[in-house]
Ligand binder design. Structure first.
Ligand SMILES: C[S@@+](CC[C@H](N)C(=O)[O-])C[C@H]1O[C@@H](n2cnc3c(N)ncnc32)[C@H](O)[C@@H]1O
Length: 270
């Protein structure tokens, strides 16, 4: 696989946070937001972001994670105080985090890592973590491409979920879509031996593109059968904000579940 071309799949919006979100960030980032140093340096222009950067450096100072100056922390479940071999789910681009929070609440025995570039979304999850006393979520406020390349060891996750990634519908923007062969190759490296890649979108042409990219990846097998989309999965516990938007606009939901090809296909869902 050729070297990874950097996908710029998101826009760093100058989004306002509510007072409650800013407060949650200041108080909780140190405990729940993992240090992904480069991104924080890049976005650390506002006061609130400087605070976050300090919080995350603080987090690093007490988190027993291996940290190399240029490459950020190297995450392991053990380093987070979790059992190293626990079932671990990664959600990329969790938006307002409602699906992530619901899954974590419903599955306290599993661990969840979320990656999101949208600051108010991260803050909302921090508020949810506090409100429901959730112990099994850690967040990266960062670009997933960077985090996967620099912070996450191979074979870390049982499941990687990407629900309703930005569709970039204009043809000239299609190259900004997250689901590309190089990125999917990176994702497969981060899956454990029995790992599953779980995607959903409400954009038909993106769904077809996802099907082509995943089907062409030799490490992956379509759990629904060749070229078949999956049924709505129980692992998507709620209708997300962007799913709702798609449904309201009359679009169909397309779901894909691919497992690493050496996964034993027991017929059970993950
Ligand atoms: C269309 S929204 C979907 C949010 C949520 N999953 C839902 O269904 O409501 C896509 C989200 O992915 C995030 N995102 C896009 N590219 C990303 C990247 N490279 N790393 C992390 N998050 C990213 C965006 O900030 C945005 O919140």
């Amino acid at each position: 696989m050729k070297p990874h071309r950097k996908i710029k799949s998101f826009v760093c919006r100058n989004s306002r946070m509510t007072v409650a979100q800013r407060d949650a960030f200041k108080r909780l980032a140190a405990e729940f937001v993992m240090p992904a140093e480069r991104f924080l340096r890049e976005v650390a222009s506002s006061d609130i972001n400087k605070n976050i950067q300090l919080s995350c450096q603080h987090a690093f100072s007490w988190h027993p994670v291996t940290f190399k100056k240029d490459s950020g922390c190297h995450l392991s479940q053990k380093a987070l105080g979790w059992h190293d071999n626990s079932f671990c789910i990664l959600e990329i681009g969790f938006g307002n985090g409602k699906s992530l929070l619901t899954s974590a609440k419903e599955n306290p025995e599993k661990n969840f890592i979320g990656i999101e570039t949208h600051q108010p979304g991260v803050a909302s999850v921090l508020m949810g973590i506090e409100k429901h006393q959730i112990k099994n979520i850690k967040i990266f406020y960062a670009d997933a491409v960077d985090v996967l390349q620099k912070n996450i060891p191979d074979h870390s996750f049982n499941v990687i979920q990407i629900f309703f990634p930005d569709p970039w519908p204009k043809r000239r923007h299609n190259k900004r879509r997250l689901i590309q062969p190089e990125f999917v190759h990176l994702l497969t490296q981060k899956l454990k031996q029995d790992g599953v890649l779980h995607l959903a979108t409400d954009w038909e042409d993106y769904a077809m593109h996802m099907m082509t990219v995943l089907s062409n990846n030799e490490s992956l097998i379509n759990q629904a059968g060749k070229n078949q989309f999956a049924e709505r999965s129980l692992q998507r516990p709620i209708v997300t904000k962007f799913e709702q938007r798609g449904l309201r606009a009359g679009r169909k939901i397309w779901e894909l579940q691919f497992a690493l090809s050496f996964t034993k296909l027991s017929g059970e869902k993950y």
